[in-house]
Write a protein that binds this ligand. Sequence first.
Ligand SMILES: Nc1ncnc2c1ncn2[C@@H]1O[C@H](COP(=O)(O)OP(=O)(O)O)[C@@H](O)[C@H]1O
Ligand SMILES: [Mg+2]
Length: 306
Amino acid sequence: MSQIDQKNAAESEHQTNDQSVSTTDGETVEETRPEWTEYDTDAETKLAVEGLDVYYDDDHALKDVSMEIPERSVTALIGPSGCGKSTFLRCLNRMNDRIRSANVDGTVELDGTDIYDGDVDLVELRKRVGMVFQSPNPFPKSIRDNVSYGPRKHGDIETGVLSRLTGRDGSEREAELVERSLRQAALWSEVEDRLSDNALGLSGGQQQRLCIARCLAVDPEVILMDEPASALDPIATSRIEDLIAELSEEYTVVIVTHSMQQAARVSDQTAVFLTGGELVEYDDTERIFEAPESQRVADYISGKFG
Ligand SMILES: Nc1ncnc2c1ncn2[C@@H]1O[C@H](COP(=O)(O)OP(=O)(O)O)[C@@H](O)[C@H]1O
Ligand SMILES: [Mg+2]
């Protein structure tokens, strides 16, 4: 072997070793492969995300994310803190529009129509794509008013003297809608005889189910949930998880969770985001947890970092 060959051999050996070197976050260095995020399913696509980049000023929070979310199923988004899960979720109903420093590039199609088109009605969009947040945030109003808030705002229910005079009194319709939504959110039996009580008197788990009922009352198609059970005790968490499974028969649910056990329990497919805002792997939940293709995802799932 010539000296140059020896040097090259040494260098390539060095490079091979580099592949298994850890970063300061404890992640293995690896190149991501596009095929890791291609996901084949027979179900219809509800949301198709293509080449999505998000910047907060100069901070590149999401990098070229493409992902198809099938309808009537639960899609979990997991990954270490700060990897862009909430940012991604907010892109799906343009909540990032409200963050002044945020800049979104790419397309998000809902039933084939780009929600970032200039003529999209944001009120209508957020009606179709509802959101439930990490801490339950009911309004300081009655349980009934929390649920009917959305439909009233959208003009679907009118009540009061004027509506009675003009024969458009919606009290009955309101009662039906409130009951239906609370039943769907598995809360009805606990609150049916105190609908006029202030929602803030409910337990944390009940408040979160009330927020889900509020979201359901406007007949959404997609429900986005950002760590919806992270502030709840195990029993309340388990009720929310059961509810998510039920809802996915009718709705498309996308849930961010920091709990891998929760993702494994509730979701049909799982997307793993890693540090730097990359979507690294996306597949059937079982496959992601049993046989991930990415070493970094395997490390993350086995608790080596994150
Ligand atoms: N409103 C914001 N303004 C500026 N930077 C933000 C904002 N929200 C998130 N970021 C940054 O974007 C990156 C991704 O954050 P986020 O989407 O909240 O991650 P995750 O939900 O996975 O913890 C982080 O570096 C975070 O600091
Ligand atoms: Mg988050």
